[in-house]
Design a protein around this ligand. Structure first.
Ligand code: SF4
Length: 240
């Protein structure tokens, strides 16, 4: 088991796991960031980028996606976890936005500023804490950290947050926001998502190959279940 590392050192180690260049597409509009956040939640940056590109390539526009079946849309998310759920979320988001403004141009909402925009967007069923924090940081430059379920699990195991705190997305986000400087947020998110998706699986994390294994107090605690030997039934004695 690794010796307990201080949280600032752990944060630095997580930041170092991020891809060298931030591959997250820049210059996205508020609407595009909402769509991208659905691709990026519980995914690595490459997986999210591939899904985002597929959505733009395979469909004429976002209105076509809105009226497509979840099965058709899910094909764009094939490299990500739970493609059908993501497709349903995206269609629901597009329907909610279209019903509200008869289009997808959210720039008038963006102009209202972070808090009013987030309040308005939070009414959409597909918008969750991760989405709002993603928008807050990427669109409005706020000191906030989008936290998905993989990041939460990994942060708890690493000891970045207490185990109890790691059960709740909002609590984990608030705790992490106090540890990571604004300029490091993108690398921190990219690094923690990479470790969570590649190694720190919910069941049987791959601690042996994990790039944070030396820093992690939980490393090696997740052993595969030992197969239980089933005793053979004794042969019954033949009646004389
Ligand atoms: S060492 Fe294991 S438990 Fe720790 S972060 Fe890596 S995969 Fe997760």
């Amino acid at each position: 088991m690794a010796a307990t590392m201080s949280r600032p050192k752990l944060v630095s180690q997580v930041v170092e796991q991020a891809p060298e260049n931030d591959l997250t597409p820049g210059q996205l509009s508020l609407f595009e960031n909402l769509v991208y956040a659905i691709c990026r939640e519980d995914a690595e940056v490459n997986q999210a980028n591939a899904a985002f590109e597929q959505l733009k390539d395979r469909f004429f526009d976002f209105n076509e996606i809105r009226v497509s079946t979840s099965r058709e849309v899910a094909t764009c998310f094939e490299g990500c976890s739970e493609p059908r759920t993501r497709a349903l979320r995206l269609i629901s988001l597009l329907q909610d936005i279209f019903e509200a403004i008869f289009g997808f141009d959210l720039e008038s909402i963006a102009k209202k500023g972070a808090k009013p925009a987030q309040k308005q967007l939070s009414r959409y069923k597909s918008v969750n804490d991760f989405t709002l924090a993603w928008i807050g940081h990427r669109v409005f430059g706020e000191q906030t950290i989008p936290v998905d379920s993989g990041m939460r699990r990994c942060a708890g195991r690493l000891g970045l947050v207490e185990a109890e705190c790691a059960k709740d997305t909002e609590e984990t986000r608030v705790a992490l926001e106090g540890m990571v400087s604004k300029t490091k947020i993108d690398s921190f998110v990219g690094g923690l998502q990479m470790v969570a998706q590649k190694y720190c699986h919910e069941i049987l994390p791959d601690c042996t190959n994990c790039t944070l294994t030396k820093a992690c107090p939980e490393s090696g605690k997740f052993l595969p279940p030992v197969p239980v030997k089933v005793a053979k039934p004794k042969a019954s004695k033949k009646p004389r």
